[in-house]
Design a protein around this ligand. Sequence first.
Ligand code: ADP
Length: 413
Amino acid sequence: MNILVINAGSSSLKYQLIEVETHEVLAKGICERVGSAQSFHKHGIDENERVIDAAMADHTEAMALVLEALTSGPTKVIDSLEEIDAIGHRIVQGGKYFPRSVLIDDEVIQKIDELAELAPLHNKAALMGIEACQTKLPGKPMVAVFDTSFFQTMPPKAYMYPVPYELYEKYDIRKYGAHGTSHRYIAERAAAFMDEPLGDLKLITCHLGNGCSMSAIDHGVAVDTSMGLTPLDGLMMGTRCGAIDPAIVPFLMEHEDLTPAEVNDLMNKKSGLLGISGISNDLRSVREASEAGDERAQLAYDMYSNSVKKYIGQYIAVMGGVDAVVLTAGVGENCEKMRRMIFSGLQPLGMVLDLEKNKARGGEREISTDDSPVRILVIPTNEEFMIARDTFYILQERQLAEELDLSTRTNLT
Ligand code: ADP
């Protein structure tokens, strides 16, 4: 079954066409700067990737280019759109309404729109992706896969904020988390790697990319996570500050004469690695500068690793222990030095990094010593595959429900 996975950003449209039963990625690409004069389309896998300059005024035009690339010319992988069985959409915010992925209908679309207040850029963009598919692939079943669903199992003591309870009742202000699809994937893969049931394990999962989040997964159930009402909370990130003293916000508004939107911008786009180093949000550039003696770059590096360390400690306390720490995404998968810094000094907590294994690259791997009481794993994330798989399962469920309904009716007549 071929599933088209769509991840729509405010000015981008990322996609993969996945044959879900064989796990094969048939095609992938991204339309960038959608709506601007500099828009372009990158299509293809690894060395076959090609960049096509193409004008796309909106997501629907971008979608038309994607479908054309899939079905014609040198990039063709399917004969016709009939060969796309369904579409899976990544949606950032599902609020309290979506503890799992769902088939998209008008009511679901309305709820995603309602929730846009909690993730303004992301949910509105996802809706543009959905609309583009409705226009270009009318009648195809579509499934929404939410970044927040995996964390709907958190207990109230983890998801509530200690602000007046009425605000929770009035605005649903609480922790929702994000990156849930990635955490769910690496937790499942870690259990398979360890050859143990996920339900027997206490895991700390770390998604360390441009956006960073960690979660505590106790016997297969997410019990805490670092991102909050929005993806701004928690760890220090590329450009986001993560958790800071909330009193800094009114202080800055007053002393720097900032509006709420401006202070939000400062915390989301000008902070984190970029804000401290003054050099870049990209850890590679910060690392190079720190190695060349730049003190602020070194400080940014130290703060980032310290931020991860602190959450490891918290989550060991939350779960009363841990069997494995699992790392993923750009930094988690690739940065040997950052991993070394994160785990330095954590031997008393049972985490012993193997410095040689830590240098290996690529694939699912263990980087702790053979006798480390807590295992440390690197698992490359694959959110697209999870979206395709959820879409597949939901279609199977629907088909089963239809068959059951049919057989019940047949029995009744
Ligand atoms: P996104 O959240 O945008 O998907 P990624 O998961 O691609 O982000 O991660 C981007 C981050 O990963 C950047 O900070 C980048 O510097 C870092 N990164 C990627 N490769 C390496 C590497 N080899 N060494 C250090 N950092 C790396």
